[in-house]
Design a protein. Structure first.
Length: 257
């Protein structure tokens, strides 16, 4: 079994949406400041982070787009522990749409679909904002196949110039969760991402199990996740016991979760 981390590091100079603030990370109190409290016997740092929740590799709940719908804390494990497939769209250029023809013809129902544009090679650069996006036709095709989650390694799954935000509107409207900015390539932090999952024989990636662990922040519309993929679960069906959070593998069937 192999684990592939898809998560960006949250740091002060990271890429964020235009006009939104970068995170502020610092000490609420330092080791030195805590020493007197423990009479010199121990010291601790407590870190303070001030940030928006649509940041880094993050998960959108339906409430992000639709008032009155499910928030981050209300999402079940079964919506975030899923069999998955990676779709290779690394040939797309700046602001080029991803079309329905770029999708697999079947096999997405109930799983996670992760689009690998390779665009995170521009992370922290101005070019990162000129990313590919899902076309209206691709969104319609996804709705027909009914995955549980759609991820893409760019800042916005929609065309930033389309104020109607069709992907957010329709996917979240059908309770299909969205993960933005999973890592695609190897970075200075030695993380390997979606590109490692691309199958050499074609545009469709290897079967895998996607997991997005989030903080249960009550009322939040979105939140950063520790997103990762498990390989080595082929020929197994992975199912979760509701209430226990356990994942069980049963031999003899294709990987699922």
């Amino acid at each position: 079994m192999k684990l592939i981390d898809l998560s960006h590091v949250i740091e002060k100079d990271m890429s964020v949406f235009p006009s939104l603030p970068r995170p502020r990370i610092g000490a609420y109190f330092t080791h030195a400041e805590s020493l007197p409290h423990y009479e010199g016997g121990a010291c601790f740092e407590v870190t303070h982070i001030d940030m928006i929740t649509s940041l880094g590799t993050y998960l959108d709940a339906p409430y992000h787009r639709h008032p009155g719908r499910a928030t981050i804390d209300q999402l079940a494990w079964g919506q975030r522990v899923l069999s998955g497939v990676v779709v290779d769209v690394r040939g797309k250029g700046p602001r080029e749409p991803i079309h329905a023809a770029d999708l697999p013809e079947a096999g997405l129902c109930g799983g996670a679909v992760l689009f690998c544009t390779g665009w995170d090679r521009y992370w922290k650069q101005p070019a990162y904002r000129q990313h590919p996006f899902l076309s209206a036709g691709a969104v319609e095709a996804l709705l027909e196949q009914a995955p549980s989650l759609v991820g893409i390694d760019v800042l916005n799954i929609d065309d930033p110039q389309d104020k109607g935000r069709p992907a957010h509107t329709q996917l979240l409207g059908q309770n299909i969760l969205i993960v933005a900015c999973p890592v695609a390539a190897r970075h200075r932090e030695n993380l390997c991402g979606l590109e490692q999952l691309i199958h050499p024989a074609g545009y469709r990636g290897r079967s895998s199990s996607f997991m997005g662990a989030r903080v249960k922040a009550r009322g939040a519309a979105a939140f950063p996740v520790r997103a990762f993929v498990l390989l080595g679960l082929a020929s197994r069906e992975v199912s979760r016991h509701e209430g226990s959070g356990q994942v069980r593998a049963r031999p003899g069937q294709r990987g699922a979760a």
